[in-house]
Design a protein around this ligand. Sequence first.
Ligand SMILES: Cc1ncc(COP(=O)(O)O)c(C=O)c1O
Length: 434
Amino acid sequence: MRTDIVHIGAGELTYEIRNIVNVGEKLQKLGIKTYWENIGDPVAKGEEIPLWMKKLVAECAMENSSYGYSPTRGILTTREFLAAEVNRRGGVQIGPDDILFFNGLGDAISKIYGMLRRNARVVVSSPSYTTHSSAEASHAGDRPVSYRLDPRNNWFPDLEDMENRIKYNPAVAGILMINPDNPTGAVYPEEILRGVVALARKYDLFIICDEVYHRIVYNGRKTKSLAEVIGDVPAIAMRGISKEMPWPGSRCGWIEVYNGDKDPMFQKYVGSILNSKMVEVCSTTLPQMVLPAILTHPQYNAYLAERVDRYERASNIAYNTLKEVDGLIVNRTDGAFYMSVAFEPGILNHRQTLPIENNEVREHVEQLVAQPGTSPDKRFVYYLLGSTGICVVPLSSFATELQGFRTTLLERDEERFRKICGTLAEAIRRYLAS
Ligand SMILES: Cc1ncc(COP(=O)(O)O)c(C=O)c1O
């Protein structure tokens, strides 16, 4: 090309959660039975969508209007419904025009960072859900600016580290929080949320809080929504139906803008996000139309509670099994449906292996791990996959130097899940001793 056509941030866009699928599929073809613990899609893991929900969606699909465009911001009655939900919590008060729909939060994330001025940075968590950290880094064409989630303290944000990142990086204009968190499964107590809001107020920043897992909290943990603690600080909360309903294929999520009128620059920025949606016309119509009917259905809460109970049981099975393994830093998951496990520093090396019976599979894994730059946890993940068929994601692919892995708690068959955790624990012991 006579002109470089590659975006300055192109190298920052990686998504190991799906990359690892290519490896898993290749090994599957070579005869390995694969247990997909890498991707956070409850439907792919066999979640049965209840009939009453399917009927509501089917009835909506019989209406002509569900086939049309919707207003750019989203359907007004749905935004009124969601604004009333926020206002009922008693914190910041919003109107329907403070809500903007997207084609899933993935779309919202790329627009939110994409519309930021190039040299304005959002400090992101580390480890971080890659869609956020990659989109932020890509927008800036530079490595993410990140604060530490502490594996020795329930994966809670290290507020001192967060303050240092803000203080010594004048380009930082905002703070990202994910609560409950992906990839760690942490649920932040109110004091932490208030601590982050206090930092934003002190340094004149805005907050982005991804709350897509907000109603998936268990083990007796309590948290607050950002709306309840934000006070007068400008902020964006992100919500959606992919995980809760769950309906990830609907591609439907929205942002709630808090204190949009408190700062003229923030107001202009939010306006530019709306404009970027406007040039695209609108987001998916049908899920917006049916959303209030599903969320207010008399069986919705019981349906969600049954799923949340299941994740709680899985979180305890995984925690109780893995905490017995030497060399790991293990926290119990309290929300969402992921568990991140870190290896003690320095415990992994480039010689450890697991036995792989199938010659072709072993050769393929050996080729993969021989690639230059393969991190020690990626090596572990490839050997685990080749040896046991369990597919997890290396922790280092979530914008962190920590070595470990992220697994999901989505397996519906409790006995099978117990077996998977047992096999995983045994494989780690063998790998570390090899
Ligand atoms: C924290 C978080 N935010 C956003 C998303 C993306 O959601 P959506 O399906 O609405 O794009 C995910 C998906 O895994 C997630 O974990």
